[in-house]
Design a protein around this ligand. Structure first.
Ligand SMILES: [Zn+2]
Length: 406
């Protein structure tokens, strides 16, 4: 059967051009986004045979901010065909300023089965565009910004640890879409120290969930190391803050257009950001019970991977900065972290790190992970490397509490 694709373009002078182009000169049949965590997009074939991918933005409420950059789709195409994909619509707006994500998008991951992934570098094109060239190893190929961590991955983790006597999983509330938000406690509520971690406030940043999973797995290993860690501290982990966004393949905001790593300088809006309101309620309950976390880390991905040490005007800022310097030092010693921290003028108001320090006096910090490259390993990021990082965090916390004694 011969099928043709007719492209029509109207010129401004009224003429109509109707070139006839053979269907899918590239071998492409379809781009599938009909599955969990797939990124919403539309696409078209350019006359040169390249596939123009237009990711859809998600938008912040009452703000010019918008974000695209989550990539997760499945190509259906002729086995062996070589495809050129061009990503457009990367013109994000961030903190009210144009902030294209193109400059931060240097690699993606591809997979035939959605489980084993291979990194592939991308090429930068003028005008905030990115090119990716792939050869189809078979009739189907997944492409993702980074190795996906889906709701089903979290469900599998929760199922595997739920019955462990060291684990307590508490539902602290629901997302806008009605999904349960879990805080996982590993260890005893009466341990001397408490560390809190949150992952996935921004749905595209799957590396954060892999790090959290690595820590959980390490603390639950039935060995002498784990016993030592849990004798000293309990870990409280919110592994997926923006579940609705993860399910729908969104990039940054929740379903009501709120950034869950903003507005922590004021009480959370229970209607617009129920995910944050639930966490705030949980935190205030912990504080009321005399169990304030001694350290809180908000896990993210970006193109740089710094430790974001913010400096709100709090009475004991110097003490906080000294503790964060200790933390950074331990990260460098015990993990593959080499990226460093933000400079002495840095402040990012409204992030969880800044807000929890300012409002609750908690030593809190945002930890970004470079989504393109791990300099300390000279390798591309992967679920395996992020999990290893999480495993090593178990030691970092032990040493941190030992040294700092907060
Ligand atoms: Zn983020």
């Amino acid at each position: 059967m011969l099928s043709v694709l007719v492209l029509s373009a109207a010129f401004t002078d009224g003429r109509t051009q109707s070139p006839v182009v053979p269907a899918s000169p590239s071998g492409l049949d379809f781009i599938d986004t009909g599955f969990e965590n797939a990124s919403p997009l539309w696409y078209e074939l350019a006359p040169d045979g390249s596939i123009q991918i237009n990711l859809l933005y998600d938008h912040e409420r009452a703000s010019p901010n918008r974000a695209a950059g989550h990539i997760h789709f499945q190509i259906h195409a002729k086995s062996g065909s070589k495809l050129t994909l061009e990503f457009r619509n990367l013109d994000n707006v961030w903190n009210g300023q144009p902030g294209s994500v193109a400059a931060e998008l240097k690699a993606v991951a591809i997979s035939e089965n959605g489980r084993e992934w291979t990194p592939v570098p991308t090429e930068s094109l003028p005008g905030n565009r990115i090119r990716l060239t792939v050869q189809m190893p078979g009739p189907r190929l997944y492409v993702a910004r980074e190795e996906p961590y889906r709701l089903s991955d979290l469900d599998r983790l929760l199922e595997s640890i739920r019955k462990n006597r060291l684990v307590q999983i508490t539902s602290i509330g629901k997302t806008v879409g009605g999904r349960d938000l879990e805080v996982i406690r590993i260890g005893s509520a009466s341990a001397p120290y408490r560390v809190f971690l949150r992952a996935r406030a921004h749905p595209w940043e799957s590396g954060s969930s892999w790090v959290a999973e690595g820590l959980i797995q390490r603390l639950l290993e039935d060995d002498a190391g784990a016993k030592t860690f849990l004798a000293q501290y309990a870990a409280y982990i919110l592994p997926m803050a923006n579940k609705d966004g993860v399910a729908r393949g969104m990039t940054r905001f929740n379903l009501r257009g709120k950034d869950l790593n903003r507005n922590w300088d004021t009480p959370a809006d229970a209607d617009l950001a129920p995910e944050n309101a639930a966490l705030e309620r949980w935190l205030e309950g912990m504080i009321a019970a005399g169990r304030k976390p001694h350290l809180a880390i908000e896990l993210h991905n970006d193109g740089r991977g710094l430790l974001h040490i913010s400096r709100p005007p709090v009475p004991q800022l110097d003490r906080h900065l000294a503790r964060m310097a200790t933390l950074e030092d331990l990260l460098r010693k015990k993990t593959w972290f080499t990226e460093g921290s933000t400079n002495g003028a840095f402040r990012n108001s409204g992030t969880l790190g800044d807000g929890w320090l300012e409002r609750y006096g908690i030593d809190a910090v945002v930890h970004e992970f470079n989504c393109n490259w791990i300099e300390g390993l000279k390798d591309y990021p992967s679920a395996r490397h992020w999990r290893t990082y999480g495993e090593k965090l178990a030691e970092v916390f032990q040493e941190y509490f030992h040294v700092v004694k907060p």
